[in-house]
Design a binder for this molecule. Structure first.
Ligand SMILES: [Zn+2]
Length: 416
């Protein structure tokens, strides 16, 4: 197979480095061979010129629920999932993976579905039986009887129960372990502001997961759960909302000392922005057009994350796609929203959903950055995304392991 040379106007490489202009990316056998300037490469190749477009790494969504339908209410999402057959759940997951892939999401970490069905989905995609992104799966989330997402089928109450649940998921092929350390909004009565496990039980879960070389993602909304998850040594803190015990949104009980205890060598916080902070960006041409009151509201939603950022806490942006009003084709809107919520640059926001995300979920070195040796997972979007982040939603092409899997527009194939 001839080498593939991609040219564009701008390159954002996912490492957080400044953008490069008039770039050239060379792909050989599905892997990035070199990244340079137009004209650097002189071998035998297919050359594609994307004009003034931007090339960046394929996006990585570290938090989604492929089996869920993203309906307008928690009740409906829950009712549809509960009444579905296993075959329907698998088909929904594959279709949702394809919806995300079409917008440039080339890697997804599914943070919980029904028992071990997502292992089937992962294998179908890995074998090429269906087209879809790279997938990391946990199977079902470990939760308490009656606890958050208990209807995914993996209830564990005691220390022995959680250890057994970890081993059960690893035996079934889990890439990582998900635990519901606090209750959640989607499960009535589970008490989002309260912990589901004590610190010792969480520690036992983490110790056994790490023994089996699996990282642990903990769903944490309430402040007690955030603190215990940090101290138990979980690897990724999902949502990390620091809610008061009453579970009230908009109020925060950040434990500043606990934030200082976050171990940056392996722990990271994962921001998922609610639908109301994402939908204002549908069809927005430029951030300058965002009304000032919307900007302030979204900035307020990011206050805890900016606080943790300023203290050097590793962090990423993900979606929670599948839950209420969070469809799989809107990840680019979460990236745009993050620029406002975190008061940061487009280049940094791209880093948080590519290079930083790969590192947080153990895929650093495989994907997430446009540097030689990485898988050629690429997203090409219209215009200069480093100048105008709204361009990230204007998909032109998506490559997965060097294969073009989405093509909305190609400017010219120059030569062979
Ligand atoms: Zn979730």
């Amino acid at each position: 197979m001839a080498d593939l040379v991609l040219r564009a106007g701008t390159l954002v490489d996912g490492t957080g480095a400044e953008p490069a202009y008039e770039p050239e990316v060379v792909v050989r056998d599905g892997v990035i061979l070199q990244v340079g300037s137009v004209g650097d490469y002189s071998g035998d190749a297919d050359v594609v010129d994307y004009g003034d477009a931007t090339i960046m790494p394929g996006l990585i969504d570290c938090h989604c629920h492929l089996q869920f339908g993203a309906y307008e209410s928690h009740e409906r999402t829950l009712a549809v999932h509960k009444s579905a057959t296993n075959e329907e759940r698998v088909m929904t997951a594959i279709a949702n993976g394809q919806r995300a892939l079409a917008t440039g999401v080339t890697t997804m970490r599914d943070t919980g579905g029904y028992l071990t069905l997502n292992m089937v989905v992962r294998e179908a995609l890995r074998r090429g039986l269906a087209l879809g992104p790279r997938l990391l799966v946990c199977g079902a989330p470990i939760t308490t009887t009656g606890g958050h997402l208990n209807w995914c089928g993996l209830r564990a109450d005691s220390r022995d129960d959680v250890i057994r649940a970890v081993r059960q998921m690893v035996e079934a092929g889990a890439d990582f372990i998900k635990v519901m350390a606090t209750g959640g909004m989607m499960t009535p009565g589970s008490q989002a502001g309260h912990s589901q496990y004590d610190l010792e039980t969480l520690r036992a879960l983490v110790t056994d997961s790490h023994r089996l070389q699996r990282h642990v993602a903990a769903h944490v909304l309430g402040a007690d759960g955030c603190r215990d998850a940090i101290d138990a040594g979980v690897d990724t803190l999902e949502h990390c909302s620091w809610l008061t015990p009453e579970g009230i949104r908009g109020q925060s009980a950040v434990d500043e000392e606990a934030v200082e205890r976050i171990d940056a060598s392996h722990q990271s916080v994962h921001m998922t922005l609610a639908a109301m902070n994402r939908t204002p960006f549908r069809d927005l041409a430029h951030l300058d057009a965002l009304p000032a009151d919307e900007r302030e509201r979204i900035r307020a939603a990011g206050a805890n994350f900016r606080y943790m950022r300023e203290r050097g806490v590793p962090h990423v942006v993900s979606t929670d796609a599948g839950v209420i009003d969070t469809p799989f084709h809107e990840f680019p809107l979460s990236v745009i929203s993050a620029v406002v919520a975190l008061d940061t640059t487009p280049v940094d926001a791209v880093h948080l959903v590519t290079g930083a995300a790969a590192k947080a979920i153990g895929l650093w070195g495989l994907t997430g950055e446009l540097v030689p040796g990485r898988q050629a997972d690429l997203l090409v979007v219209d215009g200069d995304a480093a100048e105008n982040i709204c361009n990230i939603a204007r998909t032109v092409s998506v490559f997965l392991g060097g294969r073009e899997v989405v093509r909305k527009r190609r400017l010219a194939v120059l030569a062979r």
